[in-house]
Design a protein around this ligand. Structure first.
Ligand code: SAH
Length: 464
């Protein structure tokens, strides 16, 4: 089974740095089902191709499988060694781990840069046919070329096989291409070679980050990726929508006709931003800082509100800040607009001059990302030191997790959450802060409230 990745970015041999595999030799590595080899059939400054060749050991597969009863010829002779499938995803994760994660010690900037890339898959099973193949890759910006393979070239009268020779081209980051392949190859294939459990949801959400939530076929992708275990797929989709719902204005652009339906069912994310904005307006804030602003979704709304003379966003992640800058069109702003906004990197737990001097500070779905022992430092830096008139904190209500079908007891909504508070725990923390730093605090539910479990999100508004 083979996958080739080609670039014409110059010097093209930088692909070797991106994949952390030098072009001048063959790299081999044992995997549980055989052996993976990486080599470069071409490597010039103009064009460079890396090939990932998987040797699948059919005998090993049969021995390793827990198939009951008699083993038939089909257990030994099948398409598994030849076609792109979940084996290839596993191999990508093993052999190109850092490229898949978008990390690169030597060429960080290049890893973050979209470059011309082409993926070649000589034999891809396409469950759902060419139309489905295209509906998976085209929305992600790929040009898709697909040619159906004959069952046997020498006997055309035997007809067509279920396999396609496929070429995908796009200008994107290498990590994007690898993540797309990682998720979508098994979606196109008939079966996965391993048992699909809960941890597959984490893989899907992690490898789908930044693209899956907006993908028009996201439902199909989740169901098929999770081997049609519908309860898992429902949980994955629910978490996609909760954690990262698309902005309604962007959705409207993308999906036109669905706009109305969507507006009726406003996402939790959107409700959160609206509720925070209302609370800020009620408090009479003329300036606000969004702490842990992430990709700048709330910040963009604050900036659009003419009631604010000054807004700022701070986050620890440079990648998120870059996305925020793009979302806000920071580089295309007029000088006057630019004076109304600040965007900078920083940590919530330090006394930093740049976070003081605003009427209000917001921490929207941020506190649960901190290790609990760091929370007193956050309290000191924000409440005692920066001491704005208003502080707004939102966080998940753990009790509500019981409503997510298929979610294990005690599980958290996002893999980066260090904890999630019940309503009582949140109240206890917030009232303690209010007392120590002389604020008043009131609590507001966000999202549809359940009689027993309360709302999905909880908000505290501190005023002094
Ligand atoms: N408020 C945003 C993002 C929430 S995700 C929204 O509602 O969309 C949490 C964000 O907190 C991430 O962007 C993460 O980078 C940031 N973050 C986590 N710990 C942080 C810390 N100690 N200092 C600054 N930012 C932090």
């Amino acid at each position: 089974m083979l996958l080739t990745i080609t670039t014409t970015y110059q010097p093209a041999t930088d692909l070797g740095y991106l994949l952390v595999k030098k072009p001048d030799r063959v790299h081999s590595r044992k995997v549980s089902f055989g052996e993976a080899h990486v080599f470069y059939p071409e490597a010039s400054d103009e064009r460079c191709t890396a090939a990932l060749l998987l040797e699948v050991d059919s005998l090993k597969l049969v021995r390793g499988s827990k198939t009951k009863g008699e083993r038939t010829l089909a257990h030994y002779v099948n398409d598994r060694p030849y076609v792109a499938s979940s084996f290839l995803s596993v191999a990508i994760a093993r052999v190109f781990a850092s490229a898949l994660g978008g990390r690169n010690k030597d060429r960080e900037e290049l890893a973050d840069t979209p470059i011309p890339l082409e993926a070649g898959l000589p034999a891809l099973p396409c469950r759902g046919g060419e139309a489905f193949l295209k509906s998976l890759f085209e929305p992600l910006g790929y040009a898709v070329e697909a040619e159906r393979l004959a069952l046997d070239e020498k006997f055309p009268e035997w007809g067509e096989s279920p396999y396609y020779r496929v070429r995908l081209s796009a200008t994107c980051r290498l990590s994007e291409l690898l993540n797309h392949l990682y998720v979508l190859l098994p979606v196109l294939d008939r079966d996965k070679h391993y048992w699909i459990g809960k941890d597959e949801i984490e893989k899907l959400l992690s490898r789908g980050e930044g693209w899956l939530k907006d993908h028009p076929e996201r439902e199909q992708i989740a169901h098929r990726y999770l081997g049609r275990r519908h309860s898992l797929a429902r949980e994955a989709l629910a978490r996609l929508m909760i954690d990262e719902d698309p902005e309604p204005d962007e959705t409207a652009e993308n999906q036109g006709a669905e706009e109305e339906a969507l507006e009726e069912k406003i996402s939790l994310n959107e409700q959160r931003y609206r509720t925070v904005l209302e609370a800020l307006t009620q408090a009479g804030a003329r300036s606000a800082i969004d702490l842990g602003c992430g990709e700048g979704k709330l910040l963009k709304r604050l900036f659009k509100e003419r009631g604010f003379d000054r807004v700022a966003g701070m986050d620890a992640s440079t990648r998120s800040l870059e996305i925020a800058a793009r979302r806000l069109y920071l580089d295309r702003m007029s000088e006057r607009e630019r004076e109304r906004i600040e965007l900078f990197q920083g940590a919530l737990t330090y006394r930093d001059k740049r976070i003081s001097g605003y009427d209000a500070a917001c921490l929207v779905e941020v506190i649960e990302h901190l290790d609990p022992p760091r929370i007193p430092a956050l309290e000191r830096a924000i409440f005692a030191w920066a001491n704005p008139k208003t502080v707004i904190v939102t966080t998940p209500n753990r009790e509500y997790n019981a409503k997510f079908e298929g979610m294990k007891e005690g599980a958290l909504r996002h893999r980066d959450h260090r904890f999630e508070w019940t309503r009582a725990e949140f109240r206890e923390w917030a009232e303690g802060v209010a007392e120590r730093s002389r604020y008043e605090v009131r609590f507001t539910p966000i999202g549809e409230e359940d009689e027993k479990f309360g709302p999905p999100t909880q908000m505290a508004v501190f005023t002094r």
